[in-house]
Design a protein around this ligand. Structure first.
Ligand code: AMP
Ligand code: ZN
Ligand code: FE
Ligand code: FE
Length: 283
């Protein structure tokens, strides 16, 4: 194993087929074992549907699986992603909100298919369906269907030509208020963490505001960020007294550069601090 890596290998940002990842939760954990990871948070978009399977698989591989989620929240100039860690997946209030979001994602996917039909692209809706009833459907599923139909050569071409914001088949999805996302995560017993803060045009302003709403942490060690960006974010986390976290945002093999499972070298003290805040013993 690479010597520079922290001795507690962890990845706190991953997706499975319960949302728009391409590996099933158990496959994700098998791959985590191959990568030598000890702690993995499953953070599917708007769903905890993969958590039980991942936790079970983790037991077989000696991997601690953290029950997580990634909410898409609304901010003035776009979308903010908020991760929840250590949540109770059975929490009734959380599940009720998730179920509403799931239904809205299904109707949004139908509207995207309508738009594509108007553009002369007739995708069979059955090719968009997810594996389980509680999975979250997203634009990547439609991009993959466009690929399978030979309309585009890659998922990113699907976003560039049709599905991205401002493109002809773009349809907004339901976003939650950041304060509501934090509150939902807290009510289910979890920690709320802003994901990939550099997606925001004004990260410091938004983070400082969310601290007032009880935000617990921010993702500093992110797959696509370089060392300078990670360092600047870690300094910001220290100033704001937020828990720094890290993860790859893995969506399956060959998704995007920097997004390989376990590829982010999260400093050991950062891993220990987050695990400590989640009540997980490391020694
Ligand atoms: P949705 O939740 O349906 O709005 O889809 C958003 C997801 O699509 C993100 O979490 C990414 O996984 C993926 N995505 C967004 N933009 C792109 C892009 N340009 N190329 C490939 N995947 C993308
Ligand atoms: Zn995604
Ligand atoms: Fe995200
Ligand atoms: Fe993500």
């Amino acid at each position: 194993m690479d010597n520079d890596r922290g001795s507690i290998r962890a990845d706190f940002h991953t997706h499975s087929t319960a949302s728009d990842g391409t590996l099933a939760p158990a496959e994700l954990i098998e791959e985590s074992a191959r990568q030598g990871l000890l702690h993995v948070a499953l953070t599917d978009h708007d769903t905890t549907g993969g958590v039980t399977e991942a936790v079970e698989a983790g037991k077989g591989h000696g991997i601690n699986v953290i029950a997580g989620i990634e909410f898409s929240a609304e901010v003035e100039r776009g979308e903010l992603h908020i991760l929840g860690y250590g949540i109770d997946p059975e929490h009734a209030g959380l599940q009720e909100r998730i179920e509403r979001l799931r239904q809205l994602r299904v109707s949004r996917a139908e509207r995207i298919l309508d738009r594509l039909r108007e553009l002369g692209i007739d995708l069979d809706p059955s090719t968009i369906q997810t594996e389980h009833a509680d999975d979250s459907v997203g634009r990547p599923h439609i991009a993959r269907a466009l690929m399978a139909a030979g309309v585009v050569q890659s998922v990113s071409e699907g976003f560039d030509r049709f599905l991205g914001r401002g493109k002809p088949a773009f349809v907004d999805k339901q976003l939650v208020e950041p304060s509501e996302a934090i509150q939902l995560i807290h009510s289910a017993g979890g920690l709320a963490v802003v994901a990939h803060p550099l997606s925001l045009p004004n990260p410091l302003e938004v983070l400082a505001r969310l601290v007032q709403h009880g935000l617990d942490g921010m993702e500093c060690y992110y797959g696509e960020y370089d060392d300078a960006q990670r360092g600047a974010l870690a300094a910001m986390a220290a100033d704001l007294e937020l828990i720094p976290t890290g993860g790859s945002d893995y969506h399956g093999p060959a998704f995007r550069e920097g997004r390989d499972l376990g590829a982010v070298d999260i400093p050991e003290d950062v891993v220990r601090r987050l695990l400590g805040a989640l009540g997980i013993q490391t020694d």
